[in-house]
Design a protein around this ligand. Sequence first.
Ligand SMILES: [Zn+2]
Length: 250
Amino acid sequence: MHPHLEQIQSLRQAIGACLDLVFPRDCLLTSEPIEPDNRFRYLGPKAARSIRWIHEPRCLQCGAPLWGCTANTPTCSHCATLDPAFEGNRSAVLLNGATRRLIHQLKYHQGHYVLHDIRRIICEAPGYLEEANDHILIPVPLHPRKLRERGFNQSAVIAQLISGLATGARTGNGLVRRIDTESQTRLSREARIRNTRHAFATAPGFAVDPNASYILVDDVFTTGATLNACAAALWRAGARHLSCLTFGHG
Ligand SMILES: [Zn+2]
């Protein structure tokens, strides 16, 4: 590291430590004060104990934990109706009070500072980062209207985070969102599903390499419908290896 950068970094750490003394941080979930040596910056010990990392066995398609199941049932009941278009999703954690709060803070309060805790959670998720090794990570895009409103795409931020931690991974903005599905609340459920299905296309100038392995990245896995629609756009463009990584499974 350049000596100047090193000095700046230690200065930032010193300022951060002083600020913590003057204005101690509180847990985003429980409001309990956070000690300087706490594992997370924005989750206190009680909230940290509530984090549920996803271990095996899990659904091979959507990544949901299969509580008490054996290898005889490799997929969950939800996947029977979803019919996933991707080869499998892996989520780091179950979305509960603590992890939902981190994502909420990031998305709706410009809370980039919580990325420190999201990073730590991702690093501790068993087998999670290995999935991204040597893959091209494609974030689920926001519609341009939404991107202007929020100022950043949380899925792109998480994809950057993962690619910085995995070996041989890189990000690519391979998709665009053509239909603003979120502004269509007045449409019928069927019409919204139809629109979601056609909401995504490959970005202009982005060429899919059939020999490359792609991973769609999103902040949360909920119904899987958005990831399915993104996957369909990449299959149409010639992708042959495509799976998903999401931070939380909700
Ligand atoms: Zn499933």
